[in-house]
Design a protein. Sequence first.
Length: 185
Amino acid sequence: MKFNFVSQNFDMNDEIKNFAVDKIKNHVGRLLTGECKINVRFIEIGFEKKVEVTMYLKKRIVHAEATSDQDMKAAIDEIVDILRKQMRRYKERLNRLSKKNSSFAEESNLSFAISESDNNLDEETVVNIERIKSFAVKPMDPEEAVMELELIGHSFYVFLNSLTNEVNVVYKRKNGSYGLIEPKI
């Protein structure tokens, strides 16, 4: 595991870095095999402490963020719980999908140390796609897509970008601003 630390409006010290490394290695790192890059970002906004962790696995990226109004260690504890749940769900899905497709088995072997007890999957984690929607995408620029997003009241909007002629997604961020997702092939 290779850690990279970034701090924004927060005086980062070795104690907080070591606390984060120990927590992540002990609770999440034991699930992983091989090398992975982990970016940890500490942000302080007023009295709120925020930690963002991005893990770059062989074929996937895992991202989580947590906030605390107490201290940075409380935010780190919370993010470790979030990451552990995400990794567990990811591992279970890979195990389930590897029975159908050998490429998932290869990814599972590259990413995780699988023990016999991990082969027992919870039935609760089965993904159930309840509804499928089809719709025509209209060519428009991102600003027009944001306007459509606001009109329909959803958190995201899929459209055909008239500037790039590709399918894009605009979405509303937690802070009230907007984001644009462009495919990269």
